[in-house]
Design a protein around this ligand. Structure first.
Ligand SMILES: Cc1cc2nc3c(=O)[nH]c(=O)nc-3n(C[C@H](O)[C@H](O)[C@H](O)COP(=O)(O)OP(=O)(O)OC[C@H]3O[C@@H](n4cnc5c(N)ncnc54)[C@H](O)[C@@H]3O)c2cc1C
Length: 416
């Protein structure tokens, strides 16, 4: 079924009796050409592009819970491509371009909203660093716009420009950045993949790999063994646990990241704003809630809930740039498990085991990467070669010293 305005009107006039389930719930087959572990954004996008771009006919996504129950449905929905380093910027720009055409492509309203993102700067040195980043973005075909304090004041009069401990001197804007309704991304990719023949199997946990003579021939699951020519793992915060079953120890730690949403308010924030002297980012959802977050809690965990010191830290960041946030009441908060890599950048690569591929290390920036991650992982699985924008995301960069340390903080996953 194609979704359209016409379809909505027709269904409204006929009692909404014609809607069909957005995807099937098939029983797992004994064997697939390609199995993707993890029905998050990245796993579903990979399956979608495998079927659509690479015409793969026998693909399954195995999800231990329900699709959208992981980080794809827990994030603060920010998309952008404002990166500095060559290893990153072309990849994230590809992702932003894919976001721009995504709703037409998979025929689903994901509420892609290019309302813009502004990174605030608070010192001359920080402005210089942002000028450099903006220039790197322009060189890679992205958009970037440096705003001085007066220009910023016209757009965001609610910011605390002069009285704050960290005066706001301007911002680096990316107008094409913005927000996307996160769970609709999972649903859209799931529907698009399913309609092209991909089996999406929920409540099917992968518990092990069948590996003989260095070749992976399938996965052990809570619903029995399922054979495959190729297996791609895209389980985000569970990467360490799942790949340990293949005997691999990853350069990844799992950490919790919290997010917060306030009661619904009248429109106040035009786009996404990020604090430059602390870790705080905020936008406003279409329902009016202020959606915000900050740093990871900073300790290793698989728990999907965080602790109060980080809540306090996030709220301090908010109060520093916009004290009026102190009047808003928080409605909900939650946590998700982050796959923090040692250099803060992801991995999309083959493993040393034939037929076993890995996608992870997205830290807390993987939502914006969803389309390009799926595209590039599908490319790798289908062709055996890395996509041209993802050639830096290799396992061996840690061995060879080719780290992609966007923040320049060193091999400290909790600092990225
Ligand atoms: C609070 C928070 C805020 C964030 N904000 C942003 C943001 O604003 N912008 C941004 O770009 N990124 C953000 N992120 C990061 C982003 O959400 C993640 O990097 C990204 O969603 C991870 O990829 P995914 O969608 O595939 O993960 P997930 O949705 O977590 O998918 C992984 C799936 O694998 C499944 N799985 C795990 N183990 C198994 C198994 N053994 N067998 C089968 N299935 C298994 C899980 O159940 C899960 O559904 C945020 C994350 C959080 C938690």
């Amino acid at each position: 079924m194609r979704y359209s305005g016409f379809r909505v009107i027709k269904e409204a006039l006929t009692g909404h009796k014609g809607w069909t389930p957005a995807w099937r719930s098939p029983e797992p087959k004994a064997h697939y050409d390609i199995i993707i572990i993890g029905g998050g954004g990245h796993g579903l996008a990979t399956a979608y592009y495998l079927a659509k771009q690479f015409k793969e006919k026998s693909v399954a996504v195995l999800e231990k819970g329900w699709i959208g129950g992981g980080n794809v449905g827990r994030n603060t929905t920010i998309i952008r491509s404002n990166y500095l380093l060559d290893g990153n910027e072309p990849f994230y720009e590809l992702s932003l371009k894919l976001w721009e055409g995504l709703e037409q492509d998979f025929n689903y309203n994901a509420m892609v909203s290019q309302r813009g993102i502004i990174n605030l700067f608070h010192s001359d040195a920080q402005r210089d660093a942002y000028v450099r980043r903006g220039n790197a973005m322009l060189l890679n075909g992205a958009d970037a716009d440096l705003l001085d304090a007066d220009q910023l004041r016209a757009e965001c009069p609610f910011l605390n420009f002069d009285d704050a401990r960290f005066p706001i001197k301007g911002g680096l804007a990316q107008r094409r950045g913005g927000t996307v309704r996160h769970d609709a991304v999972a649903w859209g990719y799931a529907r698009g993949a399913d309609s092209r023949g991909v089996d999406i199997i929920q409540n099917c946990e992968v518990t092990g790999f069948r590996i003989e003579n260095g070749v992976c021939s399938g996965v052990e699951t809570s619903r029995g063994f399922i054979g495959a020519e190729k297996v791609g793992c895209a389980v985000a915060g569970s990467s360490g646990r799942v790949m340990a079953n293949a005997g691999m120890r990853l350069p990844i730690e799992s950490h919790v990241l919290q997010a917060f949403v306030s009661e619904g308010l009248k429109p106040v924030i035009p786009g996404v704003v990020t604090f430059g002297m602390g870790h705080f980012y905020i936008s406003q959802s279409d329902k009016g809630g202020l959606v915000f977050g900050g740093d990871i809690d900073g300790y290793n965990t698989y728990a999907q809930r965080g602790n109060l010191p980080t809540v306090e830290d996030v709220c301090e960041g908010g109060m520093a740039i916009m004290p009026m946030i102190g009047r808003a009441r928080i409605l909900r908060m939650w946590g998700g498990v982050m796959d923090m890599s040692m250099d803060g950048s992801p991995i999309i690569d083959k493993t040393h085991i034939d037929g076993l591929f890995f996608n992870g290390g997205w830290c807390y920036g993987g939502f914006k990467a969803t389309p390009a991650s799926g595209w590039c992982f599908a490319h790798l699985l289908a062709t055996g070669q890395p996509h041209e924008t993802a050639t830096a995301y290799r396992f061996d960069r840690f061995q060879r010293g080719y780290m992609i340390d966007e923040k320049g903080v060193g091999a400290q996953p909790n600092l990225h």
